[in-house]
Design a binder for this molecule. Sequence first.
Ligand code: CUA
Length: 329
Amino acid sequence: MNPLLPEEASTFAGSVDALYLFLIAVTAFFSLLIGTLVVVFAIKFRRKSPDEIAQDVHESGLLEIVWTVIPFCLTLVMFFWGAKVFFQITRPPANAIEIYVTAKQWMWKLQHEDGHREMNELHVPIGQPVRLTMASEDVIHSFFVPAFRFKRDVVPGRFSTAWFEATKPGKYHLFCAEYCGTRHSNMIGWIYAMTPADYQAWLAGGTPGETLASAGAKRFVEQACNTCHGEQKGARGPSLTGLYGSTVRTQSGQTVVADETYIRESIVNPQAKLLEGYPPIMPTYQGLISEEGLLQLTAYIKSLSPAPAAPGSNAPAPAPAPERKSHTP
Ligand code: CUA
């Protein structure tokens, strides 16, 4: 452990630090080498008498190849190593616990799948991946947990997803790492990493509110989504059962994976990736549903698709969805 860095408390903290140290070592080595050579050469090749005449120097092919190939190889190492860590950080494992985050000036609202809500605090178990789906109600915020080497911008108008897995029980700082107005510096909180047993006890302790998915189900009816997206024959819109995670074909012949981002876009801008075989009749819900509402609807639509059972999660697994049939208009 490095005394200059924050504690390492997530599975990828070690790989981020190793890469960071490599970058610092390479930078320090070349800064010292170049700085030293500048001083040494300035002394060694200085003009020693006023009538000294400069000599012609011709380039050395070998020297040029060496100082091109070595930095090239070093930057390639940085690229592939960086890409490896990047992919590790951006691809959540399938068994991750889902947490929904809404950022607004100047607080973090966090919601567990079973309906537990927290404000500027998040309780998570150790040894289990946690996936965050984040939305902003206003400006750009950034969810930053230094001990986890976790930082992800939360950008209005889209969902940001990211994940981490805590390794050590403890209490860790949560910061907003994007200047978001007057009280940006107060937009802070704590992440409590707990042993699975303590986490279960914590979950059992509070009275969970309504789950996101069931709030979404209510909203689905409130907004009359069910009049078109029903299971009945000849419904005007596609059935949403089994939609999440499936690959769909759009009007333009594109195939897209129906993830959170796709679902969100299809609510606020339904014409963007219209499903093949359906007329463009859905109105936009841009500005009519809050970011939290969009998260609820997304959670509801997700709950209509089977999910891999997450160990440690006490949410009941939804019933498996029937095969997705192609629609014949
Ligand atoms: Cu939110 Cu800074």
